[in-house]
Design a protein around this ligand. Sequence first.
Ligand code: DC
Length: 226
Amino acid sequence: MTVSIPPVIAIDGPSGSGKGTLCKRLAQRMGYHLLDSGALYRLVALAAEHHGVGMENERALADIAAHLDVQFLPSDDSDKVLLEGEDVSLAIRTEAVGMNASRVASLTLVRRALESRQRAFAEAPGLVADGRDMGTVVFPQAIIKIFLTASAEERADRRYKQLKSKGLDASLADILVDIKQRDHRDESRTVAPLRPADDAELLDCTHLSITEVEQKVMTLIRNRGL
Ligand code: DC
């Protein structure tokens, strides 16, 4: 008996490169499942805050990651995320939680605790996986790997507009500083650093609209026969 492995489309890249929007569109178009792996790190950071666990307590944070009580409820406009039954869809998107997520994401035990949970998203008919190490660590067998990037200034500008549109308070200058700090932390950590997989397609979208990026990626997907 042959067991068919669901195809995985891995999209990696730095904060604010547009991966989230791209992955959502691709998943919708392909009828695939969607994994927002950054949301898992954000949830660990938020759960730690709720339970009074410090960002330096690796074992306790890994324990939180292993037992995370989370539900993703997909909807047409914005997905709902429940943590221990509470709607935290907005709370996990703040810059403060993003910064702590970057801290917990540098911890080996936390990453290990989240690995099997992430792999479980790869179900038929297929998965679009959004993250930093989808193509390098979590889904090395991914049929398509994209590394999506854009200049830090462009990404800060997009993140600023995104937060404002959600009614959240934001400062462009602070976001740029945060993005640069987070890039540095994500790229320089020893465990699963942010880098393109050797077999990834590099896509710089500084001067591309989301629709242009989507078209380019759809061409790659169709060329692979999916
Ligand atoms: O994509 P995001 O901004 O929601 O991710 C939050 C943080 O989690 C970010 O600093 C990097 C980290 N992260 C990671 O290390 N590995 C992933 N696969 C996804 C996110």
